[in-house]
Design a protein around this ligand. Structure first.
Ligand code: F6R
Length: 586
């Protein structure tokens, strides 16, 4: 949700930290701050807004010193204010911290510390770490001892980086990501490799329940009891550094445009795992799919194709509902967890629940260094490169491509999966965006959009409405076509736009009938189909393809529509308000 970063080395810390924060802004972006050490003092600047805005205003990158920490925030406890922005100094200012996660027992700790005279300025849970660490350091005068005491008092999920006045950097990890970069001239600590990838591709992944101390003598790792831990350095792919927009105005448009390629590459880096998954799925007693948001919508599509084509029953459960829904997880069960980030707290929680009952976990995930991969027996990589735009686009079609591959293998090729053809169709849709741009202009003042589909297209309608909500802030809702007359028809009037997902397949005639019912109530209709019809006020043509594969292509024009409508409404498509790319809180 938030991103944290720390640096100690020969270079000037502030510009390195600010650049790293910009690259990780997808994780959270309501406020930003940096603290560095210069002349044995902590200097700190922070403000509300995106990294570039705040940096322009208060020159975060001009802070002096070669040791520092930085943060971008996605508010959980306390409003979006400068005071609540990180870093948080301790009340004496001798320690400052940046934190990602939630400290569950912060109120209790805060009271205890206030009674001891420590002063709190913010409404955040995070500030308690600064004063707790300061208190423990005041007592012990020893960085290691103060870290052991601090982590033993904190409850919740967290990763934090702290800087001490003498230039020591410390960090701790408990169920939140934290990665160390080992550069030629310095060390980096970050929530994501992207925070430092342009400086080094040599990394160390600390385990859960570990803390780190970095000073001029080097780096040391300890478990929470203070026992030293040894780690190997591993190399990560330099491709991760490819997070520039290039000629595109936004990451979202770049990522939508990459789909002809990413659909082809999906799962290709982990072919063996894909084959293995097919075998496991074939022999499992109970099969489940789980995910959140877009990843859950991919699970809905998969449920359909698995049962229709492979004749395999698989249940899809929203990850945050797993704890509250009856299920039969046991040793013969498989839970397939879908996640772009591999860090969604809801997904990790669902995995934990299934694992406790002995279920095997297979993940389909983009970030192969994520916590989800660490918790899975098998992981299939989306292989679609970094997705920076907060709204999931290319990761969705990569998830679908992999799920189609599995289903197609399971039924001996009965789907006739032809991803080359899919890729060509997507290229065709992307080649002329003028029609979609024209339609987007009409959405500028609209307050409600419905997206209607039947059968498998209802799953795409749900994903389409999620994209429209996120990018345009217009109320959007996916509707199963047949349900229209059971209630939603009451909402149809001339102020409403309805997107009808209507490829020429077995759902075509029934969906067309729904379109007529809507049109008769005065609503405007955008038809997405390979076949024109006069009922559509606007027709977005999609190419003809094997009927099983329409879901892979029909989402593309809606991603584009949501993107262009966001531009019309002057919202930032890459960073929708109130959202974060990886939702690591429950
Ligand atoms: C939608 C979106 C979110 C994510 C959801 C799950 O565009 O981005 O709904 O799909 O937060 O994220 P992952 O897939 O990283 O677990």
């Amino acid at each position: 949700m938030c991103s944290i970063i720390g640096y100690l080395g020969d270079g000037s810390a502030a510009p390195i930290l600010v650049k790293g924060l910009k690259r990780m802004e997808y994780r959270g972006y309501d406020s930003v701050g940096v603290a560095t050490i210069s002349g044995n003092h902590i200097t700190l600047r922070k403000g509300v807004g995106k990294v570039a805005e705040v940096n322009n205003a208060i020159k975060l990158d001009m802070l002096l010193g070669s040791v520092g920490i930085g943060h971008t925030r996605w508010a959980t406890h306390g409003g979006v204010t400068e005071t609540n922005a990180h870093p948080h100094p301790s009340s004496s200012g001798e320690v400052a911290i940046v934190h990602n996660g939630i400290i569950d027992n912060f109120e209790e700790l805060k009271k205890e510390l206030q009674q001891k005279g420590y002063v709190f300025k913010s409404e955040t849970d995070s500030e308690v770490i600064a004063n707790l660490l300061q208190h423990n350091f005041d007592q012990t005068k020893d960085v290691k001892k103060s870290m052991i005491q601090t982590v033993s008092s904190l409850k919740g999920n967290y990763a934090f980086v702290a800087v001490f006045e003498d230039g020591t950097l410390t960090a701790a990890r408990f169920h939140e990501p934290l990665i160390i970069g080992v550069g030629k001239n310095g060390y980096f600590i970050s929530s994501d490799v992207l925070g430092f990838i342009e400086h080094t591709d040599e990394v160390i992944y600390p385990d859960n329940r570990e803390f780190i101390i970095i000073n001029l003598n080097g780096i040391q790792f300890f478990d929470f009891d203070g026992n030293p831990v040894q780690h190997q350095i591993t190399k990560v792919s330099k491709e991760l550094a490819d997070v520039y927009k290039g000629d595109y105005a936004h990451f979202t448009l770049k990522e939508i445009s990459e789909q002809p390629d990413t659909i082809l590459k999906a799962g290709e880096s982990t072919r063996m795992e894909l084959d293995l998954t097919t075998e496991f799925v074939k022999h499992a007693k109970n099969l489940y799919l789980t995910g959140s948001g877009t990843s859950y919508n991919a699970a809905l599509v998969a449920k359909h194709i698995f049962s229709k084509y492979a004749k395999i029953k698989i249940e899809s459960i929203i990850s945050s509902e797993v704890a509250h829904s009856p299920n039969n997880f046991d040793q013969q069960s498989i839970l397939i967890a879908l996640s772009q980030s591999g860090e969604s707290a809801d997904v990790l929680e669902a995995v934990k629940i299934a694992q406790k009952e002995g279920a095997k976990i297979i993940s389909i995930v983009n970030i192969m260094t994520s916590s989800l991969v660490q918790s899975s027996s098998i992981s299939i990589g989306l292989n679609c490169g970094p997705e920076i735009g907060v709204a999931a686009t290319k990761s969705f079609t990569a998830q679908l491509s992999i799920l189609y591959k599995i289903a197609d293998k399971l039924c001996g090729g009965c789907i006739g999966l032809d991803l080359d053809k899919v890729s060509t169709c997507v290229t065709k849709i992307l080649s002329d965006q003028t029609k979609v741009q024209d339609i987007a202009r009409n959405l500028k003042t609209i307050s409600d959009i419905y997206v209607l589909g039947r059968g498998i297209h209802y799953a795409i309608a749900s994903e389409a409405s999620l994209k429209l909500k996120e990018l345009t802030y217009i109320h959007a809702e996916g509707l199963p076509g047949g349900e229209l007359k059971h209630g939603p028809l009451a909402l149809m009037d001339s102020n409403v736009f309805v997107i009808i997902i209507n490829p020429n397949d077995s759902t075509y005639v029934d969906t067309l009938a729904s379109a007529h019912q809507i049109k008769a109530r005065g609503a405007k209709i955008i038809g997405i189909s390979d076949k024109p019809n006069e009922v559509y006020d606007y027709w977005i043509e999609i190419p003809e393809i094997n009927e099983a594969l329409f879901p892979l292509i029909e989402i593309i024009p809606i991603q584009l529509l949501a993107y262009y409508a966001a531009l019309e409404k002057d919202t930032d498509p890459d960073y929708p308000r109130n959202l974060a790319k990886s939702v690591t809180v429950k």
